[in-house]
Design a protein around this ligand. Structure first.
Ligand SMILES: C[S@@+](CC[C@H](N)C(=O)[O-])C[C@H]1O[C@@H](n2cnc3c(N)ncnc32)[C@H](O)[C@@H]1O
Length: 342
């Protein structure tokens, strides 16, 4: 039955229209701490109500909904427990989606409600709703910023992937511009024993970055530098990384960031840009469009096509020297050097 319903156009469109309801319920469960209170145990609704500070009757409704979604189950003693899928919402799970639930069901979801105004009046959806830019908002909310930075971390192994896509054996100083909490830079350095790293990030990232660098292999060869890549980037590095940064920004800002990299790169240096590249024509089912809408809603950015990347890099004075696609994905590594720097 599920298969026939899933292919029924009415059902598919309804699922799109109503998808927010499940996001909101999961978000509520995460905010109340339901998964954390069920980690490794089972509890009746009344006990969960006392622990979460929620009212027992509507909480029971919420718990039953989570059973319906397959995130909880309920035994004959009326106690609720996490299913395998529900365990992913436990904040202590090694691959926890707790931060994602808090984040996407909260400010991110609200940002999308500003898309109509942004499309009609210009500006950025997030700013229409919150009255301030995205990163200004994060700066004022350290808890949210922490969730954001935990959520965006690329999986371990991405450093190895990058090291396999390009020869970095001669790299001396790798500057990761907008490098998040530094886990990727540190992992990359474990493959480059002679290189040091500079993690260049907004000041709001410093606490989580410093803690991460202190805890992961390779982190001891990285230093944190706070700043704004729209103004300048640290000079001296011979490899600049711009990973999942450009998609966040419209072309004029992206070109400014690239121009700042060009000005700061050491002679003979190169730039690596790692982003999803959208196909010229999108086909049904390609999730790359979700990334594109996400970039648009939060920061007025876009997931660019290969042609879009080339045009942007050339506009900022770079020459594209290699383009490598991660097989079976939209992830793409562009390598570029300052144009005319033979
Ligand atoms: C999508 S995240 C990518 C993080 C990391 N490069 C990765 O791929 O995991 C974008 C990063 O840019 C940083 N950022 C945003 N605006 C910035 C600015 N003006 N200057 C420096 N970093 C900035 C954010 O703090 C965030 O960590």
């Amino acid at each position: 039955m599920t298969g026939s319903l899933a292919t029924d156009p009415r059902q598919r469109v309804s699922a799109m229209i109503e998808g927010y309801r499940r996001s909101a319920v999961v978000h509520t469960a995460a905010q109340l701490g339901v998964p954390a209170h069920l980690a490794g145990t089972r509890r009746p609704a009344a006990e969960l109500a006392a622990l979460t500070g929620a009212r027992p009757v509507p909480l029971t409704q919420l718990l039953r909904a989570l059973v319906g979604y397959g995130l909880l189950d309920q035994d004959d003693d009326e106690r609720f427990g996490l299913t395998d899928a529900g365990e992913l919402l436990d904040p202590a799970h090694p691959h926890s989606l707790h931060g994602q639930a808090l984040y996407f069901g909260g400010p991110s979801y609200l940002a999308y409600s500003g898309l109509t105004a942004a499309l009609r009046e210009g500006g950025i959806a997030f700013d229409h709703v919150f009255g301030e830019p995205y990163y200004t908002h994060l700066d004022r909310d350290p808890v949210l910023a922490e969730h954001y930075h935990r959520m965006i971390v690329l999986p371990h192994g991405t450093g190895a992937l990058i090291a396999s896509l390009t020869d970095l054996s001669t790299a001396r100083e790798v500057v990761d511009i907008g490098g998040g909490n530094g886990s990727l830079l540190a992992e990359l350095l474990t493959h480059l024993p002679r290189a040091t790293g500079v993690l260049f990030e907004l000041p709001l990232t410093e606490p989580s970055a410093v803690a991460t660098l202190a805890a992961v292999p390779g982190g001891d060869r990285c230093r944190f530098v706070a700043g704004d890549f729209r103004a300048e980037v640290p000079a001296g590095g011979d490899v600049h990384l711009l990973f999942r940064v450009l998609a966040n920004w419209p072309d004029d800002v992206a070109a400014t960031i690239l121009g700042n990299c060009r000005a700061a790169l050491a002679p003979g240096g190169r730039l690596l840009v790692f982003e999803m590249a959208a196909p010229d024509r999108v086909e049904e089912g390609q999730a790359v469009v979700d990334g594109d809408m996400n970039a648009l809603a939060h920061l007025g950015g876009a997931v660019r096509t290969l042609g879009g990347f080339r045009g942007l890099l050339e506009r900022a004075g770079f020459e594209v020297t290699a383009v490598k696609q991660v097989p079976g994905t939209f992830w793409t590594l562009h390598e570029a050097t300052p144009a005319g720097a033979a």
